[in-house]
Design a protein around this ligand. Sequence first.
Ligand SMILES: O=C(O)CCC(=O)C(=O)O
Length: 257
Amino acid sequence: MINSKDVDFYKDQGYLLVKGVFNSQEVDDMRTGIENIIQRAAKAKMDHNATWDGDYLPKEKLKKLVLKGFHNVHYHDSVFLNALSHPNMRAVLKQIIGPNVQLHHSKMLVKPPENGAAFPMHQDYPYFPHENHTMLAASVHLDDSNEENGCLRVVPESHKEGALPHVGRHYLDQKDYPISIGTPCPAEAGDVLFFNYLTIHGSNVNQSTRNRRNLLFQYREASDFPTSKEHFDWGMGLMVNGENPHFDKVTPSYQIV
Ligand SMILES: O=C(O)CCC(=O)C(=O)O
């Protein structure tokens, strides 16, 4: 799927777009999986707007934005377990993380047409800090995405700056880091954008008449341990590739309530 130049690009720039990781049938199956989750959530009266709160947009504008966001999608439909451990995904992950790869968590992010929520620029690090910074996001595109429908934006090489102070752990001060500083990463359905959890990223409002549906899988190297216990998601530590060298740490040491 990728070559050593791509690996060097990822290490140097903090992100990498890989084309055609999923074929159109696989993309269609994931779209169906997402639609079914949305319907089941509504039926269970557990639908909610996952738009990020904050002062990154005027209150009036923020109120109108919608994000269908649910975590742990691989607990809702096996299509997502197949996707997160797809041979093409594993081929890339092995090269940019190493042979032993674990899932950290999975989620879906659906920005509906016209008012699909923005993401202010941020690093993912403050949510789930780890010792060796191998953690990365793989953003799976289920729609063609461009600036009009709020494609992802990254700040190349920003992972080299290390952990930056966030407003309430949430996002970077938008005076210094407005969404416009990010390099837009247009992509087609089936493409995956990989980016390190220290890479500054975000995205604009979906102003188009089309959906922008993405899945986001977070992965880490199996010997990269969390430095905080604040974040727990189901499936954390699942071996996606290789082996777990730590017999005494195969499941997270969290209390399940
Ligand atoms: O999909 C996007 O536009 C950004 C998602 C994101 O940054 C996040 O969920 O942390």
